[in-house]
Design a protein around this ligand. Sequence first.
Ligand code: 13P
Length: 414
Amino acid sequence: MALVDMRDMLHHAYENSYAVGAFDLVSLDFLEAVIGAAERCRAPVILSIAEPHFAYYDFQLMLPAVEAAARRATVPVAIQLDHGSSVESAVEAIRLGCNGVMLDASDMALPDNIKATRAVVETAHACGIPVVGEVGYVAGEEGDGARQHPGQSAMTQPAEAKAYVERTGVDFLAVSIGTVQGRMKGRAKLDFQRLKQIRKVVHVPLVIHGGTGLNEDQFRRLTAMGIAKINYFTALSDVAAETMRQRMKSDRQGGFTDLKRGVKEAIGKEVERCLRLWGTAGRAAEVLAQCRPVTPVEKIVAYNIHGIDEEGASLLLRKAQEVISGIPGVREVFAGEAIAEGAGYRFCWSIRFATQIACETFRNHPAWLAFLQKFFDPVVGDFLSIDYRAFPGRVEPRESSGALRSDGAGSRGP
Ligand code: 13P
């Protein structure tokens, strides 16, 4: 289980002057390439899912794969929602397995940005999940980056950054000091003096958006000056596309799988370059030792009911499912009926939470209390309710039988 607390992970980077890469993923090739590179370099890594990219893939399908990769990884991993737009998207991301969320209201006026960010912080913290906020605005110059982040950049003002962090309670702050989203025209001029002033008044780990196109010296100075997370995407997209363009030249008849041969390796090579440059390579063991694991918690409620018929019982189960699944921090609800006749308890709910804090918040959530009072208490007989946290420790995957192999050699089909 290599999913770790993103707060611990980024504080470790901040205190040791290196940066963790948050690589935006747009397909399984990206996911496998990023995890593979992090494992080769023994580096902690953030698997990042950006809301502006949801037009390109179904994030409800993507996130289970991302979570499975994180849990299987042998290096510490966190999963973040990048450029989230609302409380609702943060809640959905947490439900699907993100253990860090970003709210991007950086195009709003400062008071509105503070208000919107504060709302996400309240909800996410009640689920035990940290938040990245942004003050100042990082625009794109061309291509996808410009379409998704239009307009002019606005540099982060140190006094505004201080007020924003104090009033919102964000855990990490993204700053605008001269980077651009997406491909860059010419060379970025970074305002290191501004970064120094921000760092003097803001005491949370800092984040850079628009990592693509910066040079080695700029990266080194950024990590030495409090940048603990670097968001990175366009360079990966560009190496993937260039690999396919080259392949098309030499293989004009190739199918999709032929044309994307080499893409994963090209992305992985670029990720590896970054991890070595940002000081992340070789940090996995100390981060694993020092960061709390993300431990899911499960509430099991087993109960009997009286005074209602079968239809009433089924309505109660459906109502419970509807209320419980709408509460932030709940990841999954199972409502069931005992298979064995005469079981001690005929019905159960099992509720999976993102964290222990989410479970504690749930207990006093107004929607849950109202449900208990109105629907459950009048009909419940014997019941038991116990909260369990996942057993600590990593369960090693069993040796593969080779029947299903990712290189296709074990399968019978073409
Ligand atoms: P680049 O695409 O410029 O690397 O930036 C990515 C980013 O900031 C995602 O949040």
